[in-house]
Every structure is written in C-alpha cells, then in structure tokens.
Design a protein around this ligand. Structure first.
Ligand code: T5A
Length: 206
C-alpha cells in the first residue's frame, strides 16, 4: 500500500541522510520508493528552490516567500507525489508543509490561518501518513551545515530564528502526537539509524 512519509527538522538535522537510509531499508524489503524534496522535486520547483535559497539575490518579502513555497508544492504534488502514490509507491519527502508551519509560521511569525488556507487549496486532502521529526539543538545542526560549505539564505538567520523553528515543530507534535515520530538527532548516526530501522519495521508490521 502506498505511503507518504515526510522527514522534518532544523538545518543540518540529518534529513537527507535519514531519507537515504530509510529508502535503502524499504527497497531491501521489496517496496518501490520515490525520493524527493521540498522546496523542489520537479524542474520548475527546483528553479523556485534556487530563487528561495539564493543568499545573494533579491530578498523575497515574507508573503512572496510563502507563495513561492506553495507554488513549488503545487507543482511537486501534481507532477511527482500524487503520480507516485497512484502507482502504489512509497514517497519519502525531505521536508513538506510542516516546514512551512515551523519556518514561515513559527519563525517568521506569519499567520497560521493563512498557511492553513493555502495548505487546503494546494493539497486538498493530501497529508503525510507519518512525519519523522529529527529534533536537535539548532547550534548542533548549524555546525554540521557549516562544515559543508557556503550557507544558503535560510542558514544565515540569527540563532533565535532557529529556536523558533524548533519550537514550531515541537508545538505541532504536542497538538498532533499521532502524526509524528520524534527522533533525537543529536545522537550519533548509528543511534539515529537504529531508531529509523525500528520505525521502518513498525510500518511494515502494520
Ligand atoms: N523551508 C523549506 C522553509 O522555510 N519552508 C518550507 O516550507 C520548506 C519546505 C531548505 C530550506 O528551505 C526552508 C528550510 C530550509 O532552510 P534544505 O536543504 O531542505 O533547505 O534544508 P537543510 O536543513 O539546509 O538541509 P541540509 O541538507 O543542510 O540538512 P539535512 O538534510 O538535515 O542534513 P544532512 O543529512 O545533509 O546532514 C548534514 C551533515 O551532517 C551529517 C551528514 O553526514 C552531513 O555531513 N550527519 C550527522 N553527523 C553526526 N551525527 C548525525 N546523527 C548525523 N546525521 C547527519
């Protein structure tokens, strides 16, 4: 049965690494898996990603940033996510709308009601079956991100911004606990992967 799984967390939390690990586990169990990411996932959405993450270009105003994220999402859902789910595949997406609530809602302070309206317009009934939240203190994740080279536009905010992102995610976990699996991402990679393996085994046992 098709499943839509999203992986969330702050900068450098280990989302891409976790995505690859989960995919290898699911594929070894005989499942078809589509890996994708947000913003991005289609040629047009990847162009919008470049615009959004560019640290040197014109800075989008908050509403433009929000609308560009949902424009990319609309394209991504129509071209990649829904077709893969319709084919019966598992879709593992590196970030989705929970990131919008955490970054644009929690950290930028944009209206949650506006985000919810856009979510309904763009997604209809589509929601992740499960969200994996890789939680860690922002300074740990930023250190990992910095070790990789030039920082994108979202990686140049003051520390308070990332604290609000983290609180935004954890606030959503408190209100919708069944939606999330929270993993302590500050532990070493082996520890994270052991927990992810348990999560994958649990899905397959359902
Ligand atoms: N955004 C996105 C919004 O504001 N709103 C939205 O709606 C959406 C969808 C996208 C940016 O867009 C913003 C948020 C983001 O800032 P991104 O590339 O998706 O950017 O996000 P980043 O967090 O910048 O992604 P990164 O690639 O930097 O981080 P990952 O994927 O979380 O981390 P990963 O797996 O690449 O790992 C980073 C490094 O840490 C190591 C890895 O080997 C790698 O070197 N690592 C570990 N080291 C030690 N212990 C562990 N447990 C480790 N796990 C990984």
């Amino acid at each position: 049965m098709a499943r839509f799984i999203t992986i969330e967390g702050g900068e450098g939390a280990g989302k891409s690494t976790a995505q690859q690990f989960l995919a290898s586990k699911l594929i070894s169990m005989g499942l078809s898996v589509t890996l994708t990411r947000e913003p991005g996932g289609t040629p047009l959405a990847e162009e919008l990603r470049q615009t959004l993450l560019n640290p040197h270009g014109e800075v989008p105003v908050e509403m433009a940033e929000l609308l560009l994220l949902f424009a990319a999402r609309a394209q991504h859902i129509a071209e990649v996510i829904k077709p893969a789910l319709d084919r019966g595949e598992w879709v593992i997406c590196d970030r989705f709308t929970d990131a919008t609530y955490a970054y644009q809602g929690g950290a930028r302070g944009m209206s949650v009601e506006v985000i919810t309206q856009l979510e309904k317009m763009v997604q209809g009934a589509l929601q992740p079956h499960q969200v994996i939240l890789l939680d860690l203190p922002p300074e740990v994740g930023l250190e990992r991100a910095r070790a990789r080279g030039e920082l994108d536009r979202f990686e140049r905010e003051p520390m308070a911004f990332y604290e609000r992102v983290r609180s935004g995610y954890l606030g959503r976990v408190r209100t919708m606990p069944d939606r999330y699996t929270v993993i302590d991402a500050s532990q070493d990679l082996q520890g994270v992967e052991d927990q992810l393996e348990c999560v994958a085994q649990g899905w397959l046992a359902e």
